[in-house]
Design a protein around this ligand. Sequence first.
Ligand code: ZN
Length: 137
Amino acid sequence: MKIIGIGLIALAVIWGISAINMNTSIITESRTVGEGIYSTYVPSQTIHNLSLADHRRNHLIGAGISLLAGILLFGFGSLQPNGGMQGRTCPFCAETIKEEAKICRYCNKDLPELKRASHSQQSGILSWFSNYAKRTR
Ligand SMILES: [Zn+2]
C-alpha cells in the first residue's frame, strides 16, 4: 500500500511537470494581406491556444488527483503497522487496548504487566514479523 502511494506520488510529480511544460501556444505562418501598394505583411506570431490550455489544465487536475491519492495511500500505509498490528485484549472486558497500558481505558481495571517473554516464545516467521514491526516503528 505504501509502495503504491510512493509510486502514485512519483507519477503525479512527473505528470505535473510534463503538464506544466506543455506548449499551449501555436505559431501562425507569416503572410501578406491585401494587394499591391495596400498590401501589409503580417509576420509570424505566437498565439495562445485555448484548447491546448484546456488540455494542459486537465492533465494538471489528473496529476493533482493522483498526488492526493498517493499521499493518502502513503499516509495510511505508514499508519497501519502501529494502529492495526499492536494492542492486546483486556482480560476483564475483552476490549482492545494498547500494549503498554497498565490500566484498561474501558473498565479501569489494573492490568497485569505485559510479559516481554511472550515475544521470544513466538517462533519462526511470527517472531521475524514482530521484530520487523518493532524495527520499522
Ligand atoms: Zn478492560
